[in-house]
Every structure is written in structure tokens, then in C-alpha cells.
Design a binder for this molecule. Structure first.
Ligand code: HEC
Ligand code: HEC
Length: 221
């Protein structure tokens, strides 16, 4: 029941996002029409693809905070980014926002392009960091992260995501990730629309208030 509420809440996001994307596309079209206002092509080590395909949503450095369901990518582990991009491309990460926003951009990526994009975003500094916006429940969230809730079969998140929440390899860095994005992903794992054997099991028993608490803690790091 509470999960239902969360899912409904989340459905507002694509609408807002789509408007923004449409606006950005219009802006980009307007830019190409008048050569004087055309955005500069980024040269050097930055993959051109980032500016053409990713920056509108994630920002050039993977740190955009324009839309709260769009994750930070700056400094995220390369192996994790590679895996997620492959999953979007191959249709394995097929949660609602993934389908709407990421499947279209990921579908044509080659493994070499995925590798380059993941290298680029994982190398961006500063890495993900707290936005300074405080959400209620961070103390309770820290307790869940550190100890889990044994009586409700919720394992300690720290066991896999590390004591500092920075993860490793294909275990994602969660420290400083965005509040709303974290709540959304826990919802997807909980309802099974984002499939992962480990996280599906972990999120099975977590309630919406607990998701928000743990997100309040993680986004504050
Ligand atoms: C239209 C907006 C949009 C564009 C363009 C876009 N993204 Fe995303 N991206 C999103 C959203 C929204 C999500 C979260 C989707 C979800 O909930 O599964 C996301 C998720 C991701 C993730 C998963 C991160 C994580 O922590 O699990 C990666 C990696 C990613 N994007 C990389 C890219 C790259 C690389 C590009 C360019 C090739 C790109 N994105 C273009 C909106 C966008
Ligand atoms: C047994 C190991 C394990 C434990 C314990 C664990 N996680 Fe995870 N977590 C993972 C793995 C692996 C992934 C990547 C899943 C994928 O590739 O889709 C992940 C992904 C996530 C993500 C998505 C991050 C992103 O950028 O999209 C969130 C949020 C998350 N975990 C939160 C938690 C929370 C909160 C807890 C504690 C209640 C927890 N995890 C406990 C292994 C674990």
C-alpha cells in the first residue's frame, strides 16, 4: 500500500523530465539552426558523445542536480557504470525511468563506447557529494545502513556498500547520491521492476519510510 503511493509519486517525475528534455531538444535544434548560437563541440579527452547524448540530463561532469530522479555519475565506479549501461542497452534494467530515459540513449552503444563513457564519468571530480539539502530521518537511516534491522530481515547495507557507503567495483557508491533517486531505486528493487538478485532480496522487506530514512542518510554523506 505504501509502496503503491511511492510508485504513484514517482510517476510525476517522467512528465516533468519529458518536458525538460523536450525543451532541451528544442533548444538544441534552435542552436543548430543559427550557426552563431550553435553549442561548441567539446574536443580533447571528453568524449563527444557525452556532450551530444548525456549532458542534457546528467551534465557534462555527471553532477547535474536539475532533476531529482537523475543519478549522479561523477566518480561512480567504472565497473558498475559499465554494467548498468549494458543492462539498459540489453533491456535488463527495465524499470520505468530506465525505459523512458536511458533505453533510448543506451540502445545503440557499442561495448567500446560504454567503456569510454564509464571511464569518463568515473574519472570526474569532485565525486558525488552531499547537496546540502537535509531530509528527515538521517539518524534512523544511518542505523539501518550500519546494522540493518534483524527482526525485519533487512541486512546491513554496509556489508556490501562498505562502511563509508562508497562501495567498490560493481557495488555502487551510494555516498552523496541523490535522495529522490535512491528512494526510487529502492522502490524498483522492492517491486521487482529493477532486477538484481542481491538487491531484490535486500529490498523485499523494506518499507517506504525506511527507504526514505536510508536515503536521507546516504544523500547527506
Ligand atoms: C533523457 C535524460 C537522460 C539522458 C539523455 C541520459 N540519461 Fe542516464 N539516466 C537518466 C535517468 C532518469 C536515470 C535513472 C533511470 C532509472 O531509474 O533506472 C539514468 C541512469 C543512468 C545510469 C545508471 C546510474 C546508476 O547509479 O545506476 C547511468 C550509468 C547513466 N544514466 C549513464 C548515461 C550516459 C552515459 C548517457 C549518455 C550516453 C546518459 N546516461 C544519458 C537520464 C538520462
Ligand atoms: C549483499 C550485498 C548488498 C547489500 C547487503 C546491499 N546492497 Fe545495495 N546493491 C548491491 C548491488 C550488487 C547493487 C547493484 C545492483 C545492480 O547492478 O543492479 C546494489 C545497488 C544498490 C542501489 C542502487 C544504486 C544506484 O546507483 O542505482 C541502492 C540505492 C542500494 N543498493 C541501496 C542499498 C541499501 C539501502 C541497502 C541496505 C538496506 C543495501 N543496498 C544493501 C548489493 C548490496
Amino acid at each position: 500500500m505504501t509502496t503503491q503511493t511511492q510508485v504513484q509519486e514517482s510517476q510525476k517525475a517522467p512528465g516533468r523530465g519529458m518536458t525538460a528534455v523536450a525543451a532541451a531538444v528544442l533548444w538544441a535544434l534552435a542552436g543548430t539552426a543559427g550557426a552563431a548560437t550553435a553549442p561548441k563541440v567539446v574536443s580533447g579527452p571528453t568524449p563527444y558523445r557525452v556532450s551530444s547524448d548525456c549532458a542534457v540530463c546528467h551534465g557534462m561532469r555527471g553532477a547535474s542536480t536539475d532533476y531529482d530522479v537523475i543519478p549522479r555519475l561523477a566518480g561512480q565506479h567504472k565497473a558498475y557504470l559499465v554494467m548498468q549501461l549494458q543492462q539498459y542497452r540489453d533491456g535488463h534494467r527495465a524499470d520505468q525511468n530506465g525505459n523512458i530515459y536511458m533505453a533510448p540513449v543506451a540502445q545503440s552503444l557499442t561495448n567500446a563506447q560504454i567503456d569510454a563513457l564509464a571511464s569518463y564519468f568515473s574519472a570526474q571530480r569532485p565525486r558525488m557529494q552531499a547537496s546540502g539539502v537535509h531530509h528527515a530521518g538521517a539518524a534512523a537511516g544511518k542505523a539501518i545502513f550500519t546494522n540493518g534491522i534483524a527482526s525485519e530481515q533487512i541486512p546491513a547495507c554496509m556489508a556490501c556498500h562498505a562502511a563509508n557507503a562508497q562501495g567498490m567495483g560493481t557495488f555502487p557508491d551510494l555516498a552523496g547520491q541523490r535522495y529522490r533517486y535512491i528512494v526510487q531505486q529502492l522502490t524498483y528493487f522492492h517491486n521487482g521492476t529493477r532486477q538484481n538478485a542481491l538487491m531484490g532480496q535486500i529490498a523485499k522487506n523494506i518499507t517506504v519510510p525506511q527507504m526514505k530514512e536510508v536515503a536521507a542518510y546516504l544523500s547527506s554523506l
